[in-house]
Design a protein around this ligand. Structure first.
Ligand SMILES: NC(=O)c1ccc[n+]([C@@H]2O[C@H](COP(=O)([O-])OP(=O)(O)OC[C@H]3O[C@@H](n4cnc5c(N)ncnc54)[C@H](OP(=O)(O)O)[C@@H]3O)[C@@H](O)[C@H]2O)c1
Length: 214
């Protein structure tokens, strides 16, 4: 597939690299320097290039939205029309100092995003995993037991595309239901981040915590 990366930081940079290594055609976009996007594309060792958000979205089968909540309007403005596009969002609706969710309980960032781009098909995924574990999960992906990863959305074909991407990175995709379930998975993602960055076991502990089904 063609996958556009909107936000090439910790999450977008790593996931884009892994999508390229798994055989997808990837366009990295939206970083503060073009050199960084070019370096990511070169280091991905797959079919990857740097581009603008518009180029990343234009012919994409799916786009990964991986920016801070405060950058959503800007990145959506730069992509142009996303009608019909599959948007896989890992972006959490955090305040400026990343201490609190600014959308919670009665809605979620994913649902608010779906209202901003009503003609796009939004799936929430990858936000419950710390970026630090992604390469390790990918390297271990041939093993029999894979860590679970939750995703949710309202459109079945977009969810199936997302489940494929989740599998390509090395997780076992777990369908958590419609997009409104993101109002429960987003606070869960915060718990995972808390464990990862402030708990004793670090990212490894948070990633094991995701194996709740096993
Ligand atoms: N990191 C995690 O483990 C994790 C886990 C779960 C969910 N998330 C969520 O995923 C989303 C992305 O997180 P992240 O950790 O990947 O963030 P990040 O490393 O800060 O990446 C954000 C990207 O946006 C780019 N950017 C920021 N301001 C910009 C501007 N003014 N113009 C152009 N580009 C700009 C950054 O550019 P530069 O590359 O130049 O800095 C970077 O590429 C967030 O919503 C976060 O809550 C993160």
């Amino acid at each position: 597939m063609r996958v556009g990366i909107l936000g090439s930081g910790l999450m977008g940079g790593k996931l884009g690299t892994l999508f390229a290594r798994a055989g997808h055609e990837v366009v990295f976009s939206y970083a503060r320097s073009e050199q960084k996007l070019k370096r990511l594309a070169r280091d991905a060792h797959g079919n990857a290039r740097a581009g603008t958000p518009r180029e990343a979205a234009q012919k994409a089968d799916a786009v990964l939205l991986a920016v801070h909540w405060s950058r959503i309007d800007d990145v959506l403005h730069q992509t142009g029309d996303l009608s019909g596009k599959v948007i896989v969002t890992c972006s959490l609706p955090m305040n400026d100092d990343n201490t609190e969710l600014v959308v919670a309980h009665t809605s979620s960032g994913a649902e608010e995003l779906a209202k901003m781009v009503p003609k796009a098909r939004v799936v929430s995924a990858f936000n419950t995993v710390p970026s630090e574990v992604l390469f390790g999960v990918y390297e271990a992906k041939r093993k029999a037991t894979r860590p679970s990863l939750l995703y949710c959305g309202d459109d079945e074909s977009s969810k199936s595309i997302t489940a494929g991407l989740i599998r390509d990175v090395g997780f076992d995709p777990v369908d958590a239901g419609p997009l409104r379930i993101a109002r429960y998975t987003e606070p869960f993602a915060l718990l995972v981040a808390q464990l990862a960055y402030e708990g004793n076991g670090g990212p490894e502990l948070a990633y094991r915590f995701e194996r709740f089904r096993k």
